[in-house]
Design a protein around this ligand. Structure first.
Ligand SMILES: *Cc1c(COP(=O)(O)O)cnc(C)c1O
Length: 329
């Protein structure tokens, strides 16, 4: 990947285009079955460009209550685009058509208008869950009935495709715009893309510029993306197998409970009330196992291309040691 980056042909992407970035955008558009795609420095910026693209200020966007757009984007939707976020809680991260129908506001002179529905696939907060195709179709049908656009936060859509066997085009088809990340499981240093109709993407170009995301010799970054699309997609299955092995190993440790992962995200619940999450995190970190906090009694682990099976085994052994000693009082 570093070699591809070093050797990338570049131009000025803002002035008259960067050839490698153009190639990446065209490739991602084809992979997702959309007319066009646009390179962004981050997934947050691409998601936020999509919200600005679809939804007028002073309107409401429907999303699942664990959504990245709601929790981890620094309030960008209200701050930058004047949007109210309407979160719908679900037991498993999966919005149904009926739930979306209930959240859509009826026309009223006293209430703001619903302008957009967003979905997240895979769904991070539920542990990288793949949205069932039927549920996505239902949501699309409800959105259609109400004339609402649908944006898909597909930061990890690559993982969903690998694990479900569905074509990326099929996973992307129900959405008007789709965000995909190169910088998660695909292992690139930088980059996400937003895909949609040519007209939408032309408007997204202007929004990206307004957000400060217009860049120059981006071919260096795009070359990493092209390399990753070619070499790092199929291997996501290894991350999924490693995540299952990790969850299986952690489940054996008394005091911990791991959610069986569908993809590469392992949610770990501290079921023993004596376990202190902060102490557990720091002791694990001292042993080279890096986890993040994902709730009062929940930690998150992610498997990726820099973690092999032996690393998973070491992580399980380290956590076992931590739980037995310093993680508990
Ligand atoms: C990581 C992530 C994003 C944001 O991507 P950044 O590149 O970190 O800005 C958005 N949505 C989901 C589901 C993510 O996991």
């Amino acid at each position: 990947m570093r070699r591809a980056m070093a050797e990338a042909e570049v131009g000025d992407d803002l002035l008259d285009g960067d050839p490698t970035t153009g190639e990446l955008e065209a490739r991602v558009a084809v992979l997702l079955g959309k007319e066009a795609a646009l390179f962004f420095p981050s997934g947050v910026m691409a998601n936020q460009a999509a919200l600005a693209l679809h939804a007028e200020r002073g309107t409401e966007v429907i999303l699942e209550a664990g959504a990245h757009i709601f929790h981890w984007e620094m309030g960008a939707a209200p701050v930058l685009s004047g949007l109210q976020l309407r979160t719908v809680p679900t037991p498993d991260g999966v919005l149904t058509g009926a739930m979306v129908e209930d959240a859509i506001r009826p026309e009223s002179p006293y209430a703001l208008r619903t302008s957009l529905v967003t979905l997240e696939n895979t769904h991070l907060a539920s542990g990288g869950r793949v949205l069932p195709v039927e549920r996505v179709r239902e949501v699309r049908a409800v959105a259609d009935e109400h004339g609402l656009p649908l944006h898909l936060d597909g930061a990890r859509l690559w993982n969903a495709a690998v694990v479900s066997g569905a074509a990326l085009t099929a996973l992307a088809a129900p959405a008007d715009t789709v965000m995909v990340s190169l910088s998660k499981g695909l292992g690139c240093p930088v980059g996400s893309l937003l895909a949609g109709t040519a007209q939408k993407i032309e408007r997204a170009w202007r929004i990206r510029r307004r957000l400060g995301g217009g860049m120059r010799q981006t071919g260096i970054l795009a070359a990493a993306g092209l390399h990753a699309l070619e070499h790092h997609r199929e291997r996501l299955a290894e991350d999924h197998a490693n995540a299952r092995a990790l969850a299986g190993g952690l489940e054996e440790i008394p005091g911990l409970s791991a959610v069986v992962p569908e993809t590469n995200v392992v949610m770990i619940d501290l079921v023993d009330p004596e376990l202190d999450p902060d102490r557990l995190l720091s002791s694990a970190d001292e042993r080279g196992v890096r986890l993040v906090r994902f709730g009062p009694r929940r930690l998150r682990a992610v498997t990726h291309m820099d973690v092999d099976r032996e690393g998973v085994e070491r992580a399980v052994a380290a956590l076992e040691e931590v739980v037995e000693s310093r993680g508990s009082r």
